[in-house]
Write a protein that binds this ligand. Structure first.
Ligand SMILES: [Zn+2]
Length: 58
């Protein structure tokens, strides 16, 4: 089963992931799965957050 991976910050679709991967692989710690969508951060937003450490991500 595949689920969509969506950026938490800009709502951009990052890609699709196999749900099976989540249990077998080391999961992205910031990833948050709601229904069929896995919220994470796209590389752009991730980069922005690393450049601006004052932006605290919850
Ligand atoms: Zn983004």
């Amino acid at each position: 089963m595949k689920i969509l991976k969506v950026c938490h910050a800009c709502d951009r679709i990052i890609g699709e992931i196999e749900l099976d991967d989540l249990t077998s692989h080391n999961v992205d710690p910031i990833m948050d799965i709601v229904g069929n969508v896995a919220y994470a951060l796209c590389p752009l937003c991730l980069q922005e957050m690393e450049m601006e450490p004052r932006n605290v991500y919850h």
